[in-house]
Design a protein around this ligand. Structure first.
Ligand code: GLA
Length: 458
């Protein structure tokens, strides 16, 4: 199973309205027919936020919304990209010299990340060009991972054009790494679930080595996504990378405190693994080793015995070198407690106790509180939406994805779904201005969808 690549499926394009529309638009744009199509889904993370880049397991599922690309390989070594959404302008470049501008998170750069990642993996330099038309229906900046879906879809497209084979795990790892060309230091959750998802099941995603295990969600409950309508682009601000760096620094200080070889340590999980202790004990170590007042760069240098120059150039990312304070205690507390909640969530799903939905809901609520208070990645609109969702019947509700905007995910008993949807619609989208008219895609029930695929015309 692990060695299997993404499936290729034969389809009658005429029977699939979205493919048919894409095929027609492709013809109007490029004057030729696409040779194949690829899709990669977005995801909703049920629990385990901001811990993948610390080495801890997460529990997402793929959503039905995806990136779909129609592709025609060409002989010219030119890569031509177009998007069905007129907000995203056409782009064209030589396929041999891919330059990704980190200063602006332009849409085509996400495609280039996947394209470049696959090319580099095979060490190719004379590359085939292609014409691609991209159609996405994952709301951007909503925490449902539209950007990683585009990176993954582009990676799959490039692999298919090259006629090469890779397993889903290899593709996920390459795409996770290559998305960092954009400048954000993300973990591997989004790319892993985009490739490894299977219809009908959420997945526990573990790292080093990467693997995905089925997690059967409760049959009596529905997971509902609600968009706060606050757009968050994690590549456009330094919020995300600051958190990654705070976790990295916390890991180094904890390792130093425990007499480990701290300079090699990058992730909080490595400290736990080296000490061979449980997550509860890691929380106690955190209490002993770190203080709750923010650390200045100077204090960090003093603790680690390094110079300011070493801190900036050897530890921090380019966009976090001027940060004045780092909260290490709060971030480490969030990570170790959230990591424990993921395992508890999985255990409850396996044991199926009578009050399962309530127990899972409690964990999701605790996760939100931790994200809001310790990790500080929520925002007033997300907090308000979570409260509204709980008020109208959710057993648990939390922000999902990077946060600072985007969506919430709620666990709702199946029989309460119709009234829940109607009431949340009214309370968040209609009553409070200045939110725009409620759109279907702002509030919807979701179930675990399948992973990335290639479609060939039958
Ligand atoms: C983004 C990143 C992921 C993960 C989440 C937060 O989606 O791409 O790797 O860190 O944020 O859980």
């Amino acid at each position: 199973m692990a060695a299997e690549g993404p499936a290729a499926r034969r389809v009658q394009v005429a029977e699939h309205p979205r493919l048919l529309k894409l095929k027609d638009m492709f013809y109007s744009k490029f004057g030729s027919m696409p040779k194949f199509y690829a899709r990669a889904p977005g995801r909703v993370n049920i629990i385990g936020e901001h811990i993948d880049y610390c080495g801890y397991s997460v529990l997402p599922m793929a959503v039905e919304q995806d990136m779909l690309i129609a592709v025609e390989p060409v002989q010219t070594h030119t890569l031509q990209l177009a998007n069905t959404n007129p907000l995203y302008p056409d782009f064209s470049t030589s396929a041999n010299n891919i330059d990704i501008d980190k200063t602006k998170p332009l849409w085509h750069n996400y495609f280039l990340c996947g394209f470049k990642g696959i090319q580099e993996h095979f060490g190719l330099n004379k590359l085939t060009g292609m014409n691609c038309l991209v159609d996405g229906n994952i709301p951007p900046g909503s925490g449902l991972s539209s950007s990683s879906a585009l990176v993954c879809c582009a990676g799959l497209v490039t692999l298919t054009v090259l006629g090469q084979k890779l397993s889903k795990v290899e593709l996920a790892e390459i795409c996770a790494k290559s998305e960092r060309y954009i400048g954000t230091e993300g973990g591997g959750m989004d790319q892993s679930i985009s490739f490894l998802a299977e219809e009908g099941t959420a997945k526990l995603i573990e790292f080093s080595p990467l693997r995905a295990t089925d997690v059967k969600l409760p049959s009596g409950a529905v997971f509902v996504i609600a968009n706060s309508c606050v757009e968050m682009n994690k590549a456009a601000t330094s919020h995300f990378n600051i958190r990654v760096m705070e976790c990295r620094l916390a890991a180094k200080l904890l390792a130093k405190y425990k007499g480990l070889q701290w300079d090699k340590v990058l992730r909080l999980e490595e400290v736990q693994a080296s000490l061979g202790i449980g997550l509860e004990e890691m929380l106690l170590v955190t209490e002993d080793a770190l203080h709750s007042e923010p650390y200045s760069p100077k204090e960090i240098c003093r603790c680690l015995g390094i110079s300011m120059e070493e801190l900036r150039t050897q530890i921090l990312s380019p966009n976090t070198q001027d940060v004045l304070t780092f909260k290490l205690y709060q971030r480490a507390k969030h990570v170790y407690s959230e990591a424990a909640r993921v395992y508890q969530f999985k255990k409850i799903c396996e044991e199926v106790p009578d009050n399962m939905v309530q127990l899972l809901g409690d964990l999701m609520n605790q996760s939100h509180t931790s994200c809001r208070d310790l990790y500080e990645c929520s925002c007033p609109e997300l907090d308000q939406l979570v409260d509204i969702c709980r008020k109208f019947g959710a057993q648990g509700s939390r922000l999902t994805g990077a946060g600072w905007g985007g969506c919430t995910v709620s666990i709702v008993p199946a029989e309460k779904l119709p009234s829940f949807l109607a009431n949340v619609q009214e309370a968040y989208y209609q009553r409070s201005s200045p939110r725009e008219a409620p759109e279907k895609q702002n509030l919807f029930a979701t179930k675990p969808g399948g992973g990335a695929l290639v479609f060939l015309e039958a």
